[in-house]
Design a protein around this ligand. Structure first.
Ligand SMILES: Nc1ncnc2c1ncn2[C@@H]1O[C@H](COP(=O)(O)OP(=O)(O)O)[C@@H](O)[C@H]1O
Ligand SMILES: Nc1ccn([C@@H]2O[C@H](COP(=O)(O)O)[C@@H](O)[C@H]2O)c(=O)n1
Length: 204
């Protein structure tokens, strides 16, 4: 199994890059694991308190469960991947049965901050977009899709997202084997990653 980690700051385009990579590849050969699925279970908190959580700090992630699931997949076992709700700021009661595939892509802002998880990646990719570009994308998404208003998003950006990015996420760029510039759609980089994956699929 080839395990590819894709990190990068919020709004840099990780999900978009993953979708471009897996588009046209056979479903049964490539699986995707999102870090979002592994936010800690916060069922013991009210929605109001959950919305105050720092979701950009490594301690917000259940890395133990993510590691356990990646080990299981590598051992050829299926896993029940939790399903996250951004509106509820919590895991839902649902899970998605995820089968082992020849290639697994793990994506998320914090996935390279954890050394045990990092070691499981055969290829580490960091998607880069400039800070202003990411902020614009993030504002649009939080307001249109994730239940935050403009002021809340801007306050959160200054108080939490930006400092956490500088302290924890940007430094993980140094672990990357490949850095994808993504201020503009980068079809060349996507094609390169696709060809690496195709080679792996053909080999095994
Ligand atoms: N290269 C790009 N140019 C313009 N917009 C982009 C680009 N990549 C992604 N986007 C848009 O930016 C937003 C955030 O992208 P997404 O892939 O969800 O980022 P991430 O998963 O890193 O948070 C989405 O609305 C997406 O369509
Ligand atoms: N309930 C939540 C949980 C996380 N976030 C934000 O998501 C960002 C990471 O996801 P990307 O798709 O942007 O990589 C992270 O910056 C968290 O602040 C949230 O808004 N609500």
């Amino acid at each position: 199994m080839l395990v590819i980690g894709i990190a990068g700051g919020t709004g840099c385009g990780k999900t978009t890059v993953v979708n471009q990579i897996i588009n046209e590849l056979p479903n049964e050969e490539v699986g995707v694991i999102s870090q979002d699925s592994y936010y800690n279970d916060l069922s013991h908190l009210s929605l109001e308190d959950r919305r105050k959580t720092n979701f950009d700090h490594p301690s917000s992630i259940d890395f133990a469960l993510l590691e356990q699931h990646l080990i299981a997949l590598k051992n050829g076992e299926s896993i029940e991947q939790p399903v996250y709700s951004f509106l509820e700021c919590n895991r839902t009661a649902k899970t998605v049965l995820t089968h082992p595939t020849k290639v697994i892509i793990v994506e998320g802002i914090l996935i390279m901050t954890n050394s045990a998880i990092r070691k499981m990646f055969d290829i580490k990719i960091f998607v880069h977009a400039d800070t202003d570009e990411r902020l614009i994308r993030r504002l649009k998404r939080d307001v249109n899709e994730r239940g935050w208003n403009l002021d809340e998003t801007l306050e959160k950006y200054q108080a939490v997202i930006k400092p956490m990015h500088e302290q924890f996420i940007e430094p993980t760029k140094e672990y990357a084997d490949i850095i994808i510039p993504n201020n503009k759609y980068n079809t060349v980089a996507v094609e390169i990653v696709k060809s690496i994956i195709n080679e792996k699929i053909m080999q095994s």
